[in-house]
Design a protein around this ligand. Sequence first.
Ligand code: COA
Length: 371
Amino acid sequence: MVKTKGLEGVVATTSSVSSIVDDVLTYRGYSIDDLAEYTDFEEVIYLLWYGKLPSLKQLAAFRNELNENVSLPSELIAQLKSFPIKNIHPMAVLRTCVSALALYDKEADDTDDQANLRKAIRLQAKIPAIIAAYARICEGKEPIIPEVPLSFSANFLYMLKGSIPDQTSEAAFNKALVLHADHELNASTFTSRVCVATLSDMYSGITAAIGALKGPLHGGANERVMKMLSEIDGIDFVEPYLQRAFANKEKIMGFGHRVYKNGDPRAKHLREMSRLLTKVTGEGKWYNMSIKIEEIIRREKGLLPNVDFYSASVYHCLGIKHNLFTPIFAISRTSGWIAHILEQYENNRLIRPRAEYIGLKHQAYVPLAER
Ligand code: COA
């Protein structure tokens, strides 16, 4: 039996959704660089689920379907309003609501291909609506959905803020969604595949994936990057902050990667977006501090930024509350989770590895009264 901590280096399945080879990331064979430059997120979702880029007609129909499925069951809105607001993380709310959503879907347990595609659309459309609705409820506002059809990116920003975003914000958010959409067998995607490989339903798979993404070593890192930047709050404090963190053997969020050793190919796009957006918003200090942090971590630890590092200042400049950074990651990654779930169903086998037992052996049972 092969033994490896954290399944490092283990190839656990075959997949044709996305690949990482020699630090190059592709979705269905298309370079992430081209997709980030030229596509709308809706095209990427279509590509991930159907394996090919949509025609104009297909894309228009797909957009319509997404827009038509945005609204949430009124019972779920009532539930969102009943949740405590203080000290509740929106990722916990999202995890709970996606699970609850299944209760209002008659096809929840139908794993037929067509039913799965219909559920895929519902999940992809409603997850942003849940996040935006909860964020508004926390601010004492009513949830809203757009009255006119908007792009996926503009739609979310509208549902969150109540006004149609400017082109720069819409384009930046779209690019961030494209860059986070899929990433081979990352922890949350693997979780979703493990879950549906028991032939459980898509809602269960996505709920499980949200739970995995929530952790600070995975999607939870982006929020913590912003916390670090806010704590440092000045370029002169970067070096002492990091030296203290190194001395305490703390991990610096947004750095390092299990697979990439020469850099995360998504980071350069986010770095550039961070540069532009911090300039436009007059918040250049976040970008300048980030660059300095990158220099020092490279010098001292040989580590490079991952997708989460520069996405923090990007989202901040888009006026998004910091506790929504990881839920936003979930909006995008839902597209990849679903593509992998569909692929898993297509050629399923139960995922059940082994553990090497290192516990006590040959224990003599002591009756309860004698312990
Ligand atoms: N800051 C400081 N040291 C780090 C580090 C970081 N962000 N990432 C890795 N290291 C160090 C570890 O301390 C370890 O050092 P050691 O061998 O002296 O103990 C070594 O690099 C290997 O790290 P390890 O955690 O075993 O690698 P991994 O492949 O299991 O983990 C991550 C990959 C992404 C979980 C890890 O780099 C990390 O925790 N990064 C911060 C969280 C983050 O940004 N997550 C988002 C990932 S996209």
